[in-house]
Design a protein around this ligand. Structure first.
Ligand code: PRP
Ligand code: URA
Length: 209
């Protein structure tokens, strides 16, 4: 699984445990989702390109690494992905933000696209797709299909909780992308919800039912 990074950092795992707790209310849920995205983004950007630049310290002149300025875009899958955007922007405030709106059909569990607006020159950017939940994998695969159809080549996918079924589907459909998972859970239930999971991420972020 060398294109998949499962976070094993105790801070991330601790915050995910708090997220799972059914007594965690909307305000704290939102804060935690954003904090986890922030921590995961640090890992997801580990391989972004740098170049050596000249810098004069009080002691001497030296060549040291700086980011090359390769443009980033963060793309939340609506709605729940919106909760992760601020956490990523905290780390890279100049990133552009696009939106892909997908909604799972309650019977088939397959996604239906209802919105797509992407930053300019999206094909030239490093794209980080964010969604807290990777369940059947249908939404993530669909979002990445859309981005590849627009010419994107450097795509990362970041989720807080994944089911093994969704992770396998995403890896098979898009073996070229890097996947960052906060925690790999046990399975899906009969309604395609992640077990133990955290329930419906969108509803818990926005306080809907
Ligand atoms: C949730 C979640 C993912 C999707 C995951 O969104 O945020 O986008 O389900 O499920 P999948 O891997 O089986 O496709 P949902 O469709 O409930 O929409 P919402 O974010 O608007 O609540
Ligand atoms: N979407 C969610 O929000 N939670 C799940 O467990 C599965 C899909």
């Amino acid at each position: 699984m060398n294109n998949t990074i499962i976070m094993d950092h105790p801070l991330v795992r601790h915050k995910i445990t708090l997220l799972r707790d059914e007594s965690t209310g909307t305000k704290d849920f939102r804060i935690l989702v954003s904090e986890i995205a922030n921590l995961m983004c640090y890992e997801a950007l580990r391989d972004i390109p740098t170049e050596l630049v000249k810098v004069r310290t009080p002691i001497t002149e030296t060549m040291q690494p700086m980011l090359t300025g390769k443009k980033l875009a963060v793309i939340p899958i609506l709605r729940a992905g919106l909760g992760m955007v601020d956490g990523v922007l905290n780390m890279c405030p100049s990133a552009k933000v696009g939106h892909i709106g997908l909604c799972r059909d309650e019977q088939t569990h397959e996604p239906r696209e209802y919105f797509c607006k992407l930053p300019d020159k999206i094909d030239k950017r490093i794209v980080i797709v964010v969604d807290p939940m990777l369940a059947t994998g249908g939404s993530a695969v669909n979002a990445i299909d859309i981005l590849k159809a627009k010419g994107c080549k450097n795509i990362k996918f970041m989720c807080i909780i994944a089911a093994p079924e969704g992770l396998e589907r995403l890896r098979n459909a898009h073996p070229d992308i890097k996947i960052y998972v906060g925690c790999l859970d046990e399975k899906l239930n009969e309604n395609a919800y992640i077990v133990p999971g955290l329930g419906d991420a969108g509803d818990r972020i926005f306080g809907t039912e």
